[in-house]
Design a protein. Structure first.
Length: 301
């Protein structure tokens, strides 16, 4: 990571804790003792692996709210809402907000490291040049009422992407989702206020392109505000309800839990699976609100 311009701007090493620790938890049930593996995370958090519990004991765990259950291991994000901690690939969110741009954080989440100059240039080019929607997709928008919920529109159009674009290239589809999601969001807003759709401009940055599609009108030039552009960059890096990074830092929220069973091969196309994220967010209320209230003041200082 030392060769990355963004990494140099951050000026700190990524914390690592890769030393394995072998620990055992013992369960006493009906006069018998059972051993269950203990897992220790990079931040020292402890979990008991109960995958073999039913096969060993015939018993299951009971945790209706998933308050004491970890449904997966993540190499992407660590979040602790009670302590106000959020790390992306080991980087504290405050550190990223000071020294990295939105596109760099997106690249970090996807690829595991901050991009160098050439990688960042290509990534930005890809995001800009995949922002157009197939013209036929506007017919989907025409079918919605002006009062349709934006999450419903987003879920429908993301699912429809697989009808127009192939799903074989995973990296390309990640770029398409990041790029086209903001276009879908902007078109949805224009639909709700009865204004004509504004097409993306490839000469603008990611956030500027979104602002242009949201608020420009054909009858006059659109003036960008550097303050709004910077604020939107910050929000998209660390606010779960305002950014399009596949909800990477939301742990296992309702929408993420809905998607997990469908991430098995051959069940649904990638676009259809991704559509479950906005569909879940339409009704779900994530448990990350406690995190937001604690971390955001520190981020925006």
């Amino acid at each position: 990571m030392a060769h990355s311009e963004a990494a140099r701007r951050l000026g700190e090493d990524v914390p690592r804790n890769d030393v394995p620790m072998k620990r055992i938890a013992r369960l006493h049930l009906d006069g018998k003792d059972y051993e269950l593996p203990v897992m220790v995370g990079t931040e020292g958090e402890v979990g008991i692996d109960v995958q073999s519990l039913r096969s060993q004991t015939g018993a299951i765990t009971y945790d209706p709210g998933f308050g004491s259950t970890g449904a997966c291991r993540s190499a992407i994000t660590f979040i602790d809402g009670e302590r106000g901690i959020l790390r992306y690939r080991g980087y504290p969110i405050e550190q990223l907000c000071r020294g990295a741009r939105f596109t760099e954080v997106a690249y970090l989440l996807i690829h595991g490291e901050l991009p160098n100059k050439d990688q960042l240039t290509k990534f930005r080019w890809d995001l800009n040049h995949h922002s157009l929607l197939h013209e036929d997709m506007k017919k989907f928008l025409d079918g919605f009422t002006t009062t349709a919920h934006p999450m419903v529109i987003l879920a429908s159009l993301v699912a429809a992407l697989s009808s127009y674009y192939g799903d074989d290239d995973v990296d390309l589809n990640v770029v398409r989702l990041l790029s086209k999601a903001k276009t879908i969001a902007a078109f949805s807003y224009k639909k709700s206020i009865g204004q004509p759709y504004v097409y993306p401009r490839n000469d603008l940055s990611y956030t500027q392109q979104f602002l242009h599609m949201m608020f420009a009108v054909p009858s006059e030039p659109f003036q960008f505000s550097s303050t709004v552009d910077r604020a939107l960059n910050l929000l998209w890096r660390n606010q779960p309800h305002l950014r399009f990074l596949l909800l990477a830092h939301q742990r296992f929220s309702h929408s993420a839990l809905h998607r997990r069973p469908l991430h098995q091969p051959n069940l649904l196309t990638p676009s259809a699976r991704k559509a479950r994220t906005p569909a879940g967010q339409f009704r779900a209320r994530s448990a990350s609100s406690s995190f937001d209230s604690r971390i955001c003041p520190a981020v925006l200082q």
